[in-house]
Write a protein that binds this ligand. Structure first.
Ligand SMILES: [Zn+2]
Length: 127
């Protein structure tokens, strides 16, 4: 009796790749043959619109620090060192990760300039 492995979520839609490539090829051929005059404007509008939409979404809904501990699942992550944007510690279980970025936490907690200047001084001292 063979043991079946569970299919990955990507495997469910992988059969569409060949059809999508065929459709892209046909669309490219159609563009070359018919040279639609509206296509340039549509592409420019789409690219600029996506950029403006990206900026609007980033300004109106800025990212937030994920303070969920990967070890215990509690919202207890804090910065390990108040003078650095690297390293997290969990106040609930004591989990520590010195390599994890805590940049978003530092950004939420206050200005980044003193931290950036302190890190620059630390790097210069190492030279
Ligand atoms: Zn924890």
């Amino acid at each position: 009796m063979s043991k079946s492995t569970p299919a990955s979520p990507h495997a469910r839609w992988s059969w569409l790749i060949s059809q999508a490539l065929l459709a892209a090829g046909l669309f490219g051929t159609w563009i070359v043959v018919t040279r639609p005059p509206w296509l340039f404007g549509a592409v420019i509008t789409t690219v600029l619109g996506a950029g403006i939409l990206w900026i609007a979404v980033s300004a109106l809904a800025p990212s937030k620090a994920d303070r969920t501990c990967p070890d215990c699942g509690e919202k207890g992550l804090e910065r390990m060192n108040q003078g650095s944007t690297q390293g997290v510690v969990c106040t609930a279980c004591g989990f520590r990760d010195a390599e994890e970025s805590s940049f978003y936490m530092a950004e939420e907690e206050g200005p980044l300039e003193p931290i950036a200047l302190a890190e620059r001084r630390r790097r210069r001292a190492l030279r």
